[in-house]
Structures are given as C-alpha cells and as structure tokens.
Design a protein around this ligand. Structure first.
Ligand code: NAG
Ligand code: NAG
Ligand code: NAG
Length: 535
C-alpha cells in the first residue's frame, strides 16, 4: 500500500484541530470531556465478549511439574540480573493448581470469555524433537472443560512468548526458518486435542513485541540487541528483528493454512493473530511529523497485518529498508494473504511522534529499522496523559477509539477484538495492600477506554470483544511481580487472591455476582465501592 489515502481525513482534521485550539492544554481538556461519560453494558451488543486475558508463563508456575520441559523464559528468568528483583515464573500465581478458583472468580465477575495461552513445553517438552506430554494436554482439557461449564468462551493463544529452550539451543528458535515447522507441529496438536471445544484461536501473541524486546532491546529472551538500542553481547538490531518477524509471519500463515484445510470445516472455529497497536499522534502540526505518526503505525502494526491481509510488507517499509527487509516468494504470498478471520489488537497507550527523516535524531531515530522517527510521551514538557506503572505508558483513552478506526479503514470488513487493555499503578503511588486493592484509577481507565471503544463502535467499527489485561497480578516479564495489571490482587507469600475494586466494578458492570461471594467482598471499602457504582 502506498500512502494510504484513507488516512488523510483523520490527519487533516487533527491538523485543523491543532490550528484552532489555543493551547495543548485546552486540547487535552476537550478530549477528556468528550470521552468522559457514563458507560453501560447496553452500549455493547448482547453477544459481545467481555473477558480477561493471561498467558501461561505469567500465571501457571509449576515450571517442572508433570513432565513439563524448560522454556526460554525458564532459562532467561534464572539468569541473575535479567528480571527486576531476580523474580522468576517458577511459582507465579500457582494457577496450575488454583485454576478452579480463578475460573470461579472470572465467572463471578460476569465475564463470558477468557483469553489464555498454552505452554509449549507442557505439551512438547522438546518441541518436535521429543514426545507429546499427555499430562500437559490433560491440564488444558481441564481448563477448557471448566470454562465451558461456566459458560465462558475460551480464546486460546497458541504461542505467547514461551517456547522450548531446546529450539533455542538447536537452531536459535525464531532466527531460523526451521521454527516455522516446529510451530506448525505444535499448532496441529492444539487443533487436534482442543479444537472440538476451542472456537477462537490466536496463533502468536505480539510478534512485534517479541522482535522489539527480544531482538532490538534485548530485555526478553534471547537477549539480543545492539547499540543504540541496548548493550548485549550478541545481536544486530538492524537486521534480526526483520528475520524473526518474517519467520513468525510464515509460521502463522502455515498454521492457518493447516487449520483451514484439516480442521476448520469440521470444528467450526476461527483463527487470527495478535499484534500490539498503540496510537501515534504527531508531536507538532508539521507535515513531516504527521507523516512520521503514520509511518510509526506502519512500521509497528502494519508490519504484521499488511502481509497477513494483503500478502506483502507495507510499501513504506520496502522503500526505507530496501534489501534488508526479507521478501516473500509468490508461493509464500499466496499462503500468507488473507490468513486471518479477525484482527486482534493489544492497546495500552498513545505516543507523540517526531520525524527523523528531515531533522537529526539519535537514540535509534537515525536507524532505518525504526522508520526514521522517534516517539515520546511529552510535548513541551507535558505528558500526553497520566502516568502508569510502565514508564512509557500513559492514560490516553481517545487512543483506543482512534486505533480501532485506523484498523477499520486499513483492514476493512474484518471483525476486531481488543485482546488486551489494562492499567498498572505507578510504583510511587503506594505499595501497601490497601492502596493496591482500592484501584480507583484502574476503574476509571477501563471506564474511559470502554467509552472510547463504544464511540468507535457507534461510528461503525465491527468490534466483537474486549479483554482486560489481566485477570490477576502476575509475572510481568522483565518487570517481575512489581508491575501489577490484575483485577485480582495476589499476596505473594500465601498466593491468596483478593478481588480489587476494579473486579467489583466489572462484576457490577457485567451483572456478575462477585459481591455475593462473602469470602471476597469484605476486602473492599464499601464507601469507595458505592461511590464508583453511583454513575
Ligand atoms: C540478583 O542476583 C545477582 C546474583 O546473585 C545479585 O548480584 C543481585 O544483587 C540480585 N539482584 C537483586 C535485586 O536481588
Ligand atoms: C550502552 O553502554 C554505553 C557505555 O557504557 C552507555 O553509554 C549507553 O547508555 C548504553 N546504552 C544502553 C541503551 O543501555
Ligand atoms: C527520542 O525520544 C526520547 C524519549 O522517548 C528522548 O529521550 C530523546 O531525546 C529523543 N531523541 C531525539 C533525537 O529527539
């Protein structure tokens, strides 16, 4: 695709708006007023999916139990100094033993769906170079059966960051085209074993985060990077992310082809992939920054979705990256084009974007791989929204509606799922249990983002579901357990779950019965609860 003409109305109205608004301050206020408002379950269709999301390594624990093999994350988290506080996922939330309680809690919140992932090494401890572990299959059968008993629709992610360490050792996992074969082998077992009951499949979670964190910055396994993005003993941030993405896209496409050929008709499910998609606004009203904001979305989101929808990388990437960008053969283009039934986006924040094609930049803005741009949360020293527990994430509700509208325009006629959206509290704002449980800011985050989503839907976007990241405080990758996204608080010593105010808010919003579980309801201050429920 060339410069997408459909983007022009959006950017030109944004441009006009900047011209008429007297200051950035009034700009922010106006947007807030527009989004603030009463949000109601009735703003969404009856059959809309409301759920929470998790991933295997982040919650399961039991890392050596019942025949499970070692994953890349098991190995990486045990390297000293890689994870904040040297935390690991060895025990995590012990969901492996407490899944019944967790399913009960999501049910009592009124959730009708649940997005979780399958630990590759529970099913295949050594990838395709070893046996299938039946006890791993039995575990996910129990999860799926108990969800269905409670009327909760399973959305299953096949690969969510954790992969057999064996495949890293043998051929460097995603750096090698061999990985495509391993992924399809794993996916086939999932379709065979679970596909009679699982109707929503997601092949890979956030390939664009795996590339960024694993191969550009080196803070996730395999810890590859190069300056200026990071200082690693191994890696090439200008090349490796492109190779890794290429292998993941082809692995996805081949798994989808397999599903469609051998399973879809009989099982009646659908399949897609998840990419992270933040929103990008120009730092200034200069046309170069407006173009840079468009380029940011292309280099981060369309990098994943243009091949899957249209069969090739975006034209802007081909022009800027030249021969560094791997190419698809004609046969591959035919396999990858149209390899999706729906679009899934994980959305948290919005960035300002500054052009680096026409003005000097450092910090990576001077590298082709970034699309020659720089992103920042600050304009004239003022942040784009309230801070969160992730340094670069800020609360910008309008971004969700905008990203949905962008997806609707660029990839028309595809149902959309928001497969992750959530809030973590800044560390500085308290670390005692009471503060963490009275999570008023999380409630407001979801109210405001849901209002923005509802507006995009009123304007015609075909959105089918919304998943909160996350059901439960968990092992937040390189941040360990300090960054908490859960609706459920977890006592790290006893592993006891306690619903936060936000869990109660969702229960009330969705017509659940969390308050009736007296064991849990006494935790939340009644006045704080009532005042939130008033509107
Ligand atoms: C992590 O482990 C290393 C090696 O044992 C140690 O030097 C470091 O202080 C630990 N970090 C924390 C935050 O405990
Ligand atoms: C890499 O190391 C150099 C020299 O120690 C330092 O100046 C630079 O900030 C580091 N870069 C990153 C991204 O950590
Ligand atoms: C790029 O953005 C970062 C903040 O995200 C900022 O620290 C840095 O100075 C920026 N670089 C340039 C050249 O603007």
């Amino acid at each position: 695709m060339g410069t997408n003409p459909k983007m022009l109305p959006f950017f030109s109205s944004f441009f006009l708006f900047l011209l008429v608004s007297s200051s950035h301050h009034s700009f922010a206020l106006q947007n807030e007023e527009e989004e603030e408002g009463i949000i109601n379950r009735r703003d969404f269709p009856k059959d809309f999916f409301f759920g929470t999301a998790t991933s295997a390594y982040q919650i399961e624990g039991a890392y050596l139990e019942d025949g499970k093999g070692l994953s890349n994350w098991d190995v990486f988290s045990h390297l000293p100094g890689r994870i904040r506080n040297n935390d690991t996922g060895d025990v995590a939330d012990d969901h492996y033993h407490r899944f019944l309680e967790d399913i009960e809690l999501m049910h009592s919140m009124g959730m009708n769906s649940y997005r979780f992932s399958i630990s590759w090494t529970r099913i295949l401890p050594k990838g395709r170079f070893g046996k299938v572990n039946r006890r791993g299959i039995a575990f996910y059968n129990k999860i799926i059966d108990n969800l269905l008993l409670k009327g909760i629709e399973p959305f299953v992610t096949i690969h969510h960051h954790d992969l057999p360490a064996e495949l890293d050792k043998r051929y460097g996992s995603w750096m090698s085209a061999e990985m495509q074969e391993d992924f399809v082998y794993f996916a086939k077992i999932c379709f065979e074993e679970f596909g009679d009951r699982v109707k929503y499949w997601i092949t890979i979670n956030e390939p664009n985060v795996i590339t960024l964190m694993g191969y550009t910055k080196g803070v996730y396994p395999p810890g590859h990077c190069s300056p200026p993005f990071g200082n690693c003993s191994i890696g090439n941030a200008d090349i490796e992310p492109l190779i890794v993405m290429h292998n993941m896209l082809l692995a996805h496409a081949k798994a989808v082809r397999l599903y469609r050929t051998h399973f879809q008709k009989k099982q009646g499910g659908s399949i897609g992939i998840v990419a992270y998609g933040h929103m990008y606004e120009p730092l200034t009203d200069h046309e170069y920054d407006i173009k840079a904001a468009e380029r940011a979305f292309i280099f981060i989101f369309a990098w994943v979705y243009d091949p899957i929808v249209y069969g090739d990388y975006p034209k802007e990437m081909q022009e800027i990256l030249g021969s560094q960008l791997p190419s698809f053969s004609d046969i591959e283009k035919n396999i990858i084009r149209g390899s999706l039934d729906f679009v899934c986006v994980n959305h948290y924040t919005t960035f300002y974007t500054k052009d680096c094609l026409h003005s000097p930049c450092s910090d990576g803005g001077d590298h082709a791989i970034t699309g020659y741009l720089n992103t920042t949360a600050y304009r004239d020293g003022v942040s784009i929204g309230d801070p969160t527990g992730i340094d670069v994430f800020f609360v910008v509700p309008r971004g969700l509606g905008k990203v949905i509208n962008y997806i609707k325009e660029r990839y028309p006629n595809k149902p959309i799922f928001v497969t992750e959206n959530g809030y973590s509290m800044p560390q500085a704002e308290g670390n005692n249990v009471e503060d963490l449980i009275k999570d008023t800011k999380r409630v407001n985050y979801h109210k405001d983002y849901l209002a923005s989503l509802a507006k995009a839907m009123r304007d015609g976007a075909d959105v089918r579901g919304y998943f909160v990241w996350s059901l439960i405080d968990n092992f937040e990758w390189a941040d360990g357990y300090d960054t908490r996204f859960g609706l459920l608080y977890v006592d790290r010593k006893t592993l006891e779950r306690r619903p936060k105010l936000s869990a109660h808010w969702f229960s009330s919003f969705l017509g659940g019965n969390l308050h009736e579980l007296t064991k849990y309801s006494s935790i939340v201050d009644k006045n704080a609860f009532d005042s939130l429920m008033d509107d």
